[in-house]
Ligand binder design. Structure first.
Ligand SMILES: [Zn+2]
Length: 494
């Protein structure tokens, strides 16, 4: 198959998320002196290779040609290096969607408090400076970044269905002398179809080059109905046991998805007569124990116009998917401690959502310490658990209990324990895991993103995935292109 004639530009460089999943940062070079940066994220987990994490995150690449930073979405592994970028002298603009512009300062504020300083005045000043650099643009509209003698560089955001505000980016460069357009798509993180609250991403019409994520490039998710059924079963079980379901969850995205699903379940249970229900859902308390998560809930609610059609329908029916009657939010540390001891002592069925998502820290740890040793309770994982975290250990214990189901759902053997804060805690609670609430497209979705384009890219760069995921997606994509007789050069950088 003939590849079309190659031109010297555009070119691509990756300053992160090439050899791993985190630290997303990609440079698009339209010409020698006109560059864009797409995302500027933090390295996390095993991608942190230097003992001094500031040293790894400091911006050491040349930023003089960078005309703008494009932010695909506000997850920390996509925007966490922003303070370092500003420290390196970056003066904007930061182009992102309207919801992202609303959410970004909250995420950065939290990151500053955790990783940099407790000095409120300094934080306020920095946030004011960042807000000044933000240029929110509506979805689906071209925005001109640069127009000079040689080129016109435009960008357009399309909904990515990953978290609220997420976008994939189309970058169109018109080379005036050659009268040539070149269109690149940066996928950012793509969502799975049928995610609660968010419209599914639609494939672009086409492009010349595609830079695509591959987090789940070698995996297939359960579908939403399956996920909901399992979530329902876990909570029903807790209701029967009069126990608490502890869900470790990061504050943005997954927490809101789970709340949305729970509102749906409580609503459905209310519609049927109490005698049809084996358990009383109206007694279920849903507790969001995280000041940050409640802040995000608030902003998510403000951003209703960006919800999908199904969520809009719930609103029209007078329902409140993210602020329903059974929902309680816990703010102060004092209130948090009270709730922990109350739930551990009394037998009141409850669902608790608290950070961190991998139980590696945060308020969820206090729940685990108080309740892991009681078989009435349950820990439910809804996201990826990295090696070395308490979450990963608990899943390992669960998968050692019963063979044959991959550890996704199993009972816990007696006398297993995990060390938390230096204390060995016996694990007698049920451990469950539901895949799919990960807000990432799986292999099939990623392939469909390409398949559904009218004009397929001739150059594809696979990024943002573990090695096996990247290679698996490359092989599948190669097979797809060959079968369709379309020329495609596939690069796996890093
Ligand atoms: Zn993300």
């Amino acid at each position: 198959m003939e590849l079309p004639a190659t031109h010297a530009y555009p070119q691509f460089t990756h300053h992160g998320a090439a050899g791993g999943v985190t630290g997303s940062c990609h440079r698009y070079e339209a010409s020698p002196d006109t560059h864009l940066l797409v995302d500027c994220g933090l390295f996390q987990g095993q991608d942190v290779t230097k003992s001094d994490h500031h040293a790894q995150h400091r911006i050491e690449f040349d930023i003089s040609a960078i005309q703008a930073l494009l932010v695909t979405h506000v997850h920390i592994d996509h925007i966490g290096r922003l303070p370092y970028l500003v420290a390196a002298g970056f003066k904007g603009p930061i182009i992102c969607s309207e919801p992202s512009a609303r959410l970004l300062p909250l995420v950065i504020e939290d990151a500053l408090k955790v990783g940099f300083t407790k000095d409120e005045a300094l934080i306020t000043r920095f946030l004011a400076a960042v807000k000044h650099l933000l240029v929110p643009i509506p979805y689906k509209q071209w925005h001109t970044v640069t127009d000079n003698d040689q080129i016109t560089l435009k960008v357009r955001l399309q909904r990515a269905g990953h978290i609220l505000g997420s976008a994939y980016v189309e970058v169109d460069t018109f080379y005036k002398k050659e009268k040539r357009h070149h269109l690149t798509v940066f996928s950012g993180d793509l969502g799975a179809p049928y995610a609660p609250l968010l419209p599914a991403p639609k494939a672009p019409h086409g492009c010349d080059a595609l830079v695509i994520e591959s987090t789940y490039g070698n995996r297939l998710h359960e579908n939403r109905r399956e996920r909901r059924k399992r979530l329902h079963a876990v909570i029903t079980h807790a209701l029967q046991n009069q126990g608490t379901v502890m869900i470790p969850a990061f504050s943005i995205g997954r927490t809101q998805e789970i709340l949305y699903e729970l509102e749906g379940m409580i609503f459905e249970a209310r519609k049927t007569s109490p005698s049809d229900n084996t358990v009383d859902w109206s007694k279920l308390q849903v507790i969001v124990d995280s000041p940050l998560a409640s802040k995000f809930n608030e902003v998510y609610r403000e951003l209703k116009p960006f919800w999908d059609a199904e969520a809009q329908q719930r609103l029209r029916a007078g329902r409140h998917p993210l602020s329903f009657e059974n929902l309680i939010t816990v703010d102060s540390h004092e209130a948090h401690q009270k709730v922990v001891s109350h739930l551990a002592r009394t037998r009141q069925p409850a669902v608790v959502l608290a950070a961190s998502g991998m139980a590696a820290g945060g308020r969820i740890v206090n729940y685990l310490k108080a309740m892991l040793n009681d078989p009435a309770h349950c820990v439910l994982f809804v996201g990826y658990q990295a090696r070395g975290t308490t979450g990963h250990r608990l899943l390992q214990i669960a998968s050692n209990g019963v063979k044959g189901d991959g550890g996704a759902s199993s009972s816990v053997p007696l006398y297993s324990s995990v060390p938390i804060d230096g204390v060995s805690i016996e694990v007698r609670a049920m451990i469950r895991s539901i895949g799919g609430y990960s807000a990432h497209a799986d292999q099939k979705d990623l392939l469909n993103f390409v398949r559904r384009m009218h004009k397929w890219p001739t150059h594809v760069r696979i990024i943002h995935g573990e090695r096996r995921a990247r290679e698996s997606l490359r092989d599948e994509l190669k097979a797809l292109a060959e079968k369709a007789g379309r020329p495609m050069e596939i690069v796996v950088p890093g």
